[in-house]
Design a protein around this ligand. Sequence first.
Ligand code: NAD
Length: 471
Amino acid sequence: MEHITTHYINGTFAPSHGQRVRDIVSPVTGELIGDGLLADVEDTRAAIAAAREAFAQWSATSVRERQGYLQRLADAIDAHRDELGGAMSAEYGAISAFTSGVVDASRDWYLQAKDVIGRTVFSERVNTAQVRRVPVGVAALITPWNGSAWFMAVKSAAALAAGCTVVMKPSENSILQSHAFARAVHDAGLPPGVINIVYGLGGDVGKELTTNPDVDKISFTGSTPVGKAIARSAVNTMKRVTLELGGKAPTVVLDDADFDDAVQYALTVWLFNSGQACVSGARLLVPESRVEEVKRLILDKIGSFKVGPPHDPGSMVGPMATQAHFDRVQSYIRLGLEEGATLLTGGEGRPEGLDAGTFARPTVFVDVTPDMRIAQEEIFGPVLSVLTYRDDEEAVRIANGTDYGLQAYVLGEPEHAHRVALRITAGRVAVNVMPADSEAPFGGLKQSGIGREFGHYGIDEYLEHTSVFSN
Ligand code: NAD
């Protein structure tokens, strides 16, 4: 049982002023495995003040100095890899194969930022002006629970590389993961106040971060409704915002695809992180004339996506992060039936043999129409909607027919698939490959967000242009 009673403020583990206790419950067994004290507004203000104080010196560091610190952060993540991976499995049930990838990627964000600022032009002459790119100030980084270290690393690497200081507010559902991350950050030995981490709720800590005039920038990853509330709140003090929000990614299987490979791919991108991913391919679009073949292939293959505990090497799908999230997923399964969709496999309840925890059954609905809520809304769990189309026009129309535009997948003969991909409204479209590139921009169109992360695009979000004119 871990009792977390501190936040990471001004280079120390400061006792929490907030006294509200948050239980940490294992999604695998349903047992209490720890608790944490949630920050209050006072803790948040202390973290913001520390970041503000540290900003003057940090923003004046040389690129070389910041590169040295980014390397130390990468080394610290490596040194804490077992602890970080273990916390992810314990707290939200991420399977082991996923956690090791997340930890590696978290380290790599610091290495990438180190490399990118070595190539960034921070000052240039434009006619009579010296145009500089200056850090925007204190950045508040608000993150979700589905692989906490990854989100904390991608955002802090870009912000610190640009010369910003940060206050991180991870999800209240990821205190264990975030505390492991704070321990790694502490070992990296950055100057006090450059990184601060407070564990708290959106309603008070989040609200303080989005209204406090000493915060200049918000970078948020989470749901679209919360993103809208943050943008509204941030505008009063004109904070810059980057919003990485929800998705309802389509996987479009074209008539000239290899259907066996395509269905395997579709199930893989759907069940990534147990379906708890903004990029999950939650809608499968297939030609109407081939739907029976697709159904057979899904039924043949679904069994190999075994649901089980995180440390079982055979597990491909873990539990839902919390009981509340499990209940939400179940309510969408009931909704699909009420809306008239047909259950191909799965359904309500836990899979056979798993009597405890928040394990959901991978559930596939067919006879889904584009207007159904299960085809429109983000479920964020292992529920797949199979939709049919008659021609490419209709496939594109259905693919683009939600409020979201984060990610899409197109499978088919390469030139054909490429042509279709160019017509899909999404920040990223993967054609016959996994979208693995971490230097290309990541972010959403439409209600999937504003701004971009990854590579220099991510660092740009923390920089502003200024001009000084002279002869
Ligand atoms: P959430 O929106 O409920 O919470 C995200 C964070 O916002 C948490 O830290 C929460 O405490 C905080 N928050 C809540 N209300 C707030 C407020 N009023 N002001 C400030 N902060 C507030 O999301 P979640 O359940 O943690 O994560 C799942 C969601 O995140 C899904 O919608 C998913 O699509 C999205 N997501 C998006 C991406 C992406 O990169 N686009 C990646 C992962 C997850």
